[in-house]
Design a protein around this ligand. Sequence first.
Ligand code: CUA
Length: 253
Amino acid sequence: MAAGSIEKRILATAVVFVLAVSGVIALTVRLFGIGLPTCLTDVRPFREAKVIQQGPQRYEIHYVARMWTFEPAEISLLPGSTADIYLSTLDVTHGMQIVGTNVNLMAVPGAVNYARVRFDKPGDYLVVCNEYCGVAHHNMAGRIHGGADAVTIPPPAAPPQIAGGAKVIDDLGCTACHSLDGSPSPGGTFKGLYGSTRTLTTGATVIADEAYLRESIESPDAKVPKGLEPGMPPIPVAPAELRAILEYLKQLR
Ligand code: CUA
């Protein structure tokens, strides 16, 4: 039948087309190393705070928000400078308002938000978080010195230095909900946690080994211990940070 042969030809054309497109994709991956974009928070520039000077009064600022600080916390710019601001977050949703300007951005997990601002008044600009983000939200602030005579730029982001697990835990704000000395706290204490046997809300038991602790940091609600509430925000940690935390927890046994 005529209709049958037309359908066959359309089908064959479609198959050839799909094969051709797949071939082109495979070729670009092979020859040019072009991959699909991943989650934005995996992209290095947006995990690392940075100030890039592009001209005498032109800057690009990569702000990273995290509980409960902005990085870089302090920046000095020449008065009258214009800055392109890129804002991302490492944990929960934060806000970023630069008082005295019209910058009012949201730091949303997985996204990068942008604003351009001109600091035409000399003096200091306060950077505040205006989105409730946890117990120390009210302390989350930074500063832009717009009245500097000379430009001081924070030293280029050194490779993330891990000064030990205690500092990492402190920087990440863990101690807001977890005590270190065995005293009762909303998220339970870290003392004696490592290697202990935990009974979960499901009734199952697990050993708090490295795998369990890693999971509990990255996906806290996966295995919630009995007596604790779910709802801890997932904390993305770099591999070096995670190692430092685990080493520290081992010492707290
Ligand atoms: Cu960050 Cu409120």
